[in-house]
Design a protein around this ligand. Structure first.
Ligand SMILES: [Zn+2]
Length: 57
């Protein structure tokens, strides 16, 4: 009988919370002196720097 080996599980990094692992976050775009919000744009997540992985420390 063949001994079943548990495959070594690759440790996956925890997903970054602010961007949910996507590495991008949407942020409101403001224009004018009153900083009116005109829409949203995606930008690099500053918590994980675009990697999508939660910082370890
Ligand atoms: Zn992130």
């Amino acid at each position: 009988m063949a001994a079943k080996k548990t495959p070594a599980r690759k440790l996956t990094a925890a997903k970054c919370k602010p961007c949910k692992g996507t590495g991008e976050v949407s942020r409101p775009v403001r224009v004018g002196r009153k900083h009116r919000v005109v829409g949203e744009q995606t930008g690099m997540c500053l918590a994980c720097f675009g990697s999508g992985e939660a910082p370890t420390n």
